[in-house]
Ligand binder design. Sequence first.
Ligand SMILES: CC(C)(COP(=O)(O)OP(=O)(O)OC[C@H]1O[C@@H](n2cnc3c(N)ncnc32)[C@H](O)[C@@H]1OP(=O)(O)O)[C@@H](O)C(=O)NCCC(=O)NCCS
Length: 166
Amino acid sequence: MDTLLRPWSLDDAPVILAAAAEEMMDRQFTMPIDSLTAAQEWITLLMARREDDTGYSFAVLHDGVPVGNVAVSSVERRHQTGWVSYWMREEARGKGLATRACRAVSEFAFSELGLFRLELAHRLDNPASCRVATGAGFAVEGVERARLFYDGVRFDTETHARLATD
Ligand SMILES: CC(C)(COP(=O)(O)OP(=O)(O)OC[C@H]1O[C@@H](n2cnc3c(N)ncnc32)[C@H](O)[C@@H]1OP(=O)(O)O)[C@@H](O)C(=O)NCCC(=O)NCCS
């Protein structure tokens, strides 16, 4: 985990800004990332979530350089659940990094956070994300029809989950 993942820091704002500008990547953020200031605000939000124990986001490192993000968010202590998400810079895809990072953040969530059930979902037309989930031990649980709405089109999603006991 030490060489693969580390928490984001404010110095990483240029990486976040560049990542958000890549194709379809704006959807990976809940606010527009159109300036270095916005990227810093995003990282500040991630830090606040870590402080209040609702989310833990990590930069995924390749040769020490941040090239992606993996997170467990929506941490719910009552039910010991969390929501896993990930994205990689285009240049870093296809190297198995997302799968390794997803596995690492899951192990962190089970062992360090004490969570029991981790969930994630991907659009049915995102087979790479499905492979990452499956490769990181997340079993398929089912399809949610017309779950998302982008640019006038509805998309089905597939939910996966991994339990601490899997
Ligand atoms: C999804 C994403 C994180 C995958 O990152 P990655 O680093 O390329 O993933 P990996 O290298 O670990 O590859 C995972 C698997 O996907 C497969 N894959 C990659 N692109 C694929 C494609 N277009 N179609 C089918 N499979 C694909 C790889 O062959 C690999 O399969 P394997 O485990 O059977 O060998 C990356 O494409 C991304 O950031 N996409 C944009 C954001 C996004 O969609 N995030 C997920 C939202 S649910």
